[in-house]
Design a protein around this ligand. Structure first.
Ligand SMILES: [Zn+2]
Length: 375
């Protein structure tokens, strides 16, 4: 996720805050400080009411963090890498880098989140009871915290992506059918169906057909429609991502690479290269040879970085990436791994080796075209 502040790490899991999170923190504080605490604690000074509002909002996010931490730590125990936890406008998300290897692992990684929320709700409930289970100053924050954590646990069981319930449903179907793709497809349909159902209920409530039983007010009804659209979209994306990952894991570099590439001699000048090789936009890099051996790689970007008046006397050899520093992929590497390698090396194209010899070039554009069905 972009626009994140990294605020530290817990148990080696980096914690990030998306700027959108401050909006939610502010809204919760405003809601409690304007609407709830003045009514429930009428004898307290506004400073106390606002202080408690802010403390409750922060404690709520600490609870969300603990929920996500449960996912992250259990994922790591199943050897599924976790790149971090991010708090954002809708709560939190643990960035689990790939799918679990088994239905049981996915189920366990997912179920610990809601379980943790229920555990926190129980804990805050006990504290609330111990502090007098009243609406007093010393008790009311605990009341809100057990209610909120209970709500987080229950809402997360909604059987649709992006909620934990969507993954629980998928892993249960995966266990039953033994097929991850089938399970993903059915769970996706289910999520889309749930999304459409919410949109229809929202629209029907807005229209107030005669005899329609729900009237929650236009604001809540609009919100229901938006949530429905969000769930439908998320269910569709989640299924598409499964299909894309599947495609990337089933195809290799050899399936998409270009087998034609430019060779240039190492003693040629940058000026010549710009005129002869990089004149066409399609060519983003070329291999540099010496006595018909590949000795390096030259990118268009590196050539362009040379000032115009220095190009005639600058040789390709002096600005190329030497072969020993060039990262390569094998022609039978899966595209999923190719993308990971490109990402790590922050390049958009890589040479492909086949049987120990240079066979071609694979670029992120080619992979994009495959994924988007244009090749
Ligand atoms: Zn969760």
């Amino acid at each position: 996720m972009r626009n994140n502040l990294t605020v530290g790490s817990i148990f080696g899991v980096p914690i990030g805050i998306n700027y959108s999170w401050f909006l939610t923190l502010g809204l919760i504080t405003l809601f409690l400080g304007l609407q709830i605490f003045p009514l429930m604690l009428p004898n307290e000074a506004p400073a106390v009411q606002w202080g408690l509002s802010l403390a409750t909002a922060f404690a709520f996010f600490a609870s969300v963090l603990v929920h996500e931490m449960a996912h992250a730590l259990v994922a790591r125990a199943f050897k599924v890498p976790v790149s971090g936890i991010t708090l954002f406008v809708l709560g939190g998300v643990a960035q689990i880098e790939r799918e679990a290897r088994s239905a049981a692992a996915e189920f366990t990684i997912t179920v610990v989140g809601p379980l943790m929320s229920f555990l926190l709700a129980a804990l805050f409930f006990v504290i609330w009871v111990a502090t007098g289970s009243s609406d007093s100053t010393g008790s009311i924050v605990w009341e809100w915290l057990w209610l909120i954590n209970l709500a987080v646990g229950v809402i997360n069981l909604a059987p649709a992506s992006p909620f934990d319930g969507g993954r629980l449903l998928r892993s249960a179907l995966w266990g039953l059918t033994g097929n991850f793709q089938t399970a993903s497809r059915i769970a996706g349909w289910f999520g889309q169906g749930l999304g459409y159902a919410l949109v229809i209920i929202g629209l029907a409530s807005l229209a107030q057909f005669p005899g329609w039983p729900i009237d929650a007010g236009p604001l809540l009804e609009l919100w229901l429609i938006l949530i429905g659209l969000f769930i439908e979209n998320s269910a569709r994306n989640s299924y598409q991502q499964v299909m894309i990952n599947d495609l990337l894991a089933s195809r290799t570099a050899a399936d998409v690479m270009a087998r034609e590439y430019e060779l240039i001699e190492s003693d040629v000048s940058v000026e010549q290269v710009m005129e002869q090789v990089f004149a066409e936009d399609a060519q983003s890099f070329a291999f540099v040879t010496e006595n018909s051996h590949v000795v390096g790689l030259l990118s268009r970007a590196a050539a362009r970085a040379v000032a115009d008046d220095e190009r005639p006397q600058t040789t390709v050899e002096s600005i190329m990436t030497p072969a020993r520093d060039v990262r390569v992929v094998n022609s039978d590497d899966h595209l999923y791994d190719v993308l990971v390698s490109m990402d790590e090396a922050t390049v958009s194209a890589m040479p492909v080796i086949e049987g120990g010899k240079l066979a071609g070039v694979v670029s992120s554009d080619q992979i994009d075209r495959l994924v988007n069905g244009r090749s």
